[in-house]
Design a protein around this ligand. Sequence first.
Ligand code: NAD
Length: 329
Amino acid sequence: MAKLNKKAAQEEIENLRKKLNTWAEQYYAQDAPSVEDAVYDQNYQRLVELEKQFPELVTSDSITQRVGGEIKSDLGKVEHQIPMLSMGDVFSKDELREFDQRIQKLVGGPVAYNVELKIDGLSLSLEYSDGKLVRASTRGNGRIGEDVTKNVQYISDIPKTLPEALTMEVRGECYMGKEAFLKLNTERDENGEAVFANPRNAAAGSLRQLDPQVTKKRNLSTFIYTWVNPPKEITSQHQAIQQMAKLGFHTNETGKRLANLDGVFAYIDEYTSKRDSLSYGIDGIVLKVDDLTLQKQLGNTVKVPRWEIAYKFPPEEQETIVHEIVWTV
Ligand code: NAD
């Protein structure tokens, strides 16, 4: 990339931030994106590059330094004791190699990864007290989320009571399966209502409802993948998932613990070709350092954990018309 002078960079940075802020507001607050994710991602990457070239132009309110969007709904607010972060992403296997080299350098040797599908939905936190589901919340801006406790009562795969009287928090993805999404959009189309851009926006709009009765009709599902502060005997991400499945959470059965990148690349190839045949949408795969002690050691930046990365699939054929979408929460 040709190096810009500082004034030109400042101008471009300001333009990019303005565009990205508008798109993020449409996507996160209104569940109604006006551009494809690939367009958003390209502009975001350009901003990252410019901020790398001119670190003195990075501001704490830049979209590269914060999670999600502002919360504008009338749902109650929940403060996350442990922030719900975003995730770094890469778009090629070479960039995954660089990620692996960075990790190896930081921890002093090869590490095993747990690879998982990147489910195209929205993050959800579930809190249990003495085995009872007491609170559910969205990620929001990472520190403050929206209270969707009443709404998740109508998501049938979420256990409302655990088999043991555990006090715990788990996190995962709330999503709408492809069949439910098609059915919903067909109904909306027949009723002359605007259709949803994609299952992700349909899930977000359906969960973040003031009237839980709307959520009830929407057929949402979850995949749970994080145990926040698990007990000491759980030492790896892979084990955490297996244990959460035993407790009754809906976990994704395709996750694998892999000793090296060759296995990761084979997993990517496998799910690039299986992607369309899955009953739910995925937009990539997630690579997580499997060892929980190493995860702690690696820690987080202000926005993302250093121990995980998303490999994003190349954009799919344009299958939806985003400009038709209207949604109000
Ligand atoms: P992200 O959605 O790309 O990745 C982070 C999220 O992945 C996590 O918060 C979690 O909810 C989810 N996830 C799914 N499967 C997971 C798994 N197995 N393990 C862990 N997490 C998993 O990041 P983001 O910050 O929420 O959003 C940024 C992305 O949103 C952009 O890359 C862009 O594609 C899209 N976006 C699009 C627009 C638009 O206008 N089209 C606007 C804003 C954002």
